[in-house]
Design a protein around this ligand. Structure first.
Ligand SMILES: *[C@@H]1O[C@H](CO)[C@@H](O)[C@H](O)[C@H]1NC(C)=O
Length: 368
């Protein structure tokens, strides 16, 4: 049996094991539950775990029915976490803030990438030399990344990915790190994707980073976070004040599907706006995510801030490279708000929609 056949059989085996285990609700055999619960019966185990979850994330349910419904979802999600753990052994999967949501609720409330057409109209980034790239690189260490933010229950990921990239570009252009307003984008940016009818940036219902860059070019810029703070709802009117612009886009372009080019653009131009499939992020606790199989259907916008390498490969332990990604689900998610995902195979589509932005060089930005 050759190597590829072995891997294939192994994956088939994993699917059958996980599919079977999810249909047999024998929680006592479930290591995800077992690892937290000492003794106690099967039901007691999940209940104990659920109580911990409610306490940790401040969950309050309005009725007994709602509580029971969420408890059932929670149990389903424990099994999902277990399947993810088997499919993605170099990361740690378990209970997260999203453990009482259906997959649909998860997609609608904490993701928010809209329009799946690749931005063919956007300018391709110039090809950069890749021969002298550093082995490890992290924009956080160079002061180009603001603190992790939290989009809350609003599908506004795209606005955080956009501001993150512009914050970095603005830092490179001016030497000043300024936290920028996502709420301005949520309230004011209704830019449409010319490639796809009806696909426009629409607040908590999703958007696209490239459309948002286009909006910023047209509007003139983005205000500071503190001058236009985040509310996490899209019911408000646009309160953009042109006199308080803190950062402006000079241009933006799309990086080709090539990891060396992505790394070179990251190092030269600052953090990059990227799209990803977030299914494994729902249960992610830490480590380098490198699932055997992951959809490339892009549903989440995040920020690529660096790369590194480590011995995380599950089959052969050798140094392998990964991307470092800033998410917008607060510091209590993942590794202090960050996600690591392996390089090498466009896993979860992470290399497919990468944008780089340049900020306008300015001296003084806003008056305080
Ligand atoms: C984008 O803007 C930056 C900063 O103003 C400039 O250096 C660069 O040449 C521009 N790139 C393109 C492709 O126009």
């Amino acid at each position: 049996m050759d190597h590829r056949t072995f891997i294939l059989l192994f994956i088939v085996f994993l699917f059958s094991v996980t599919a079977f285990s999810s249909e047999t609700p024998n929680d006592g055999e479930d290591p995800i539950i077992r690892q937290v619960v000492d003794g106690g019966g099967v039901r007691l185990g999940a209940e104990y775990h659920f109580n911990q979850f409610k306490h940790r994330f401040g969950k309050v349910y309005s009725s007994k029915d709602e509580h029971d419904y969420r408890f059932n979802l929670f149990k389903t999600n424990l099994h999902r976490a277990k399947r993810h753990q088997i499919m993605d052994p170099s990361a740690v999967h378990g209970v997260t803030r999203f453990s009482d949501l259906t997959p649909r609720e998860f997609r609608h409330s904490v993701l928010g990438l809209r329009g799946l057409s690749l931005p063919s109209d956007a300018t391709p980034a110039p090809i950069l030399p890749t021969d002298n790239l550093p082995a490890d690189f992290d924009w956080r260490e160079k002061g180009a990344v603001t603190a992790v933010k939290n989009q809350g229950s609003c599908g506004s990921c795209w606005s955080f990915s956009t501001t993150g990239a512009l914050e970095g570009a603005h830092y490179l252009a001016t030497g000043e790190l300024v936290s920028l307003s996502e709420q301005q984008l949520v309230d004011c940016d209704h830019e449409c994707d010319p490639e796809e009818a009806g696909s426009c940036d629409s607040g908590c219902n999703g958007g696209l980073m490239n459309s948002a860059f286009e909006y910023i070019l047209k509007s003139g810029g983005v205000m500071r976070e503190k001058d236009y703070p985040y509310s996490g709802t899209d019911k408000g009117v646009c309160k953009f004040d042109k006199t308080k612009i803190a950062a402006s886009v000079a241009n933006f372009s799309v990086v080709s599907l090539n990891e060396d080019q992505i790394a070179a653009n990251l190092v030269k131009n600052g953090p990059l706006a990227v799209a990803i499939n977030a299914v494994f992020m729902q249960t992610y606790i830490g480590g380098v995510s490198c699932p055997y199989v992951c959809s490339r259907r892009l549903d989440h916008g995040v920020l690529l801030v660096g790369y590194g390498s480590g011995a995380y490969a599950p089959i052969r332990m050798k140094e392998k490279p990964y991307w470092i990604i800033k998410n917008s689900w607060g510091e209590n998610w993942g590794e202090n708000g960050y996600y690591k995902i392996c390089q090498g195979k466009n896993i979860c589509g992470v290399d497919s929609m990468v944008s780089t932005v340049a900020a306008v060089h300015t001296t003084a930005t806003t008056t305080q």
